[in-house]
Design a protein around this ligand. Sequence first.
Ligand code: FES
Length: 167
Amino acid sequence: MSLVIVSMAALDSWVRIGPLDLFSPGKAMPFQIQERQVILIRLPESLPKSRRGIKVDSSPWVASGPEVIAMDRLCYHAGGDLAEGDIEDLASRAVLRCPVHGFAFDLESGEQLLQERSGRVVGAGVECRQRIHQTRVQEEHVWVCLNKSSEEYASDQWQTSKRGWTA
Ligand code: FES
């Protein structure tokens, strides 16, 4: 899948990505936004409405309209390319499945989810999560605001110059 490098002017820290029609529901698309490698996913209409709004950290911001999720592109575990991952339903939770070792990431929080033998789904902990970025849809265009909180996310390790992911 080819990478789209976004160089459009930012309004404050929001970056206009492109028309919503660019995104097929349920497919992850890779972008470089400023210095960050991310994927954007337009959520399928089939997801329950309660799962189609997202919050970032403690922000009360919630998406409206046909939501698009933005998440760090490279899997925290071993750098798998999540642009090649699939959206799945894991016990009624929407997840992105890494194509390399199969870890499942919650689309709301970016946290890795584990399914117990009983079928119950639990979070793997805050040390096992992808950084989620803010998104919005305005006048049929998708906008992204990178989440630059100082809170550590496991996926940050792949965004350093040592790994070759520089701006
Ligand atoms: S690289 Fe993603 S689960 Fe291992």
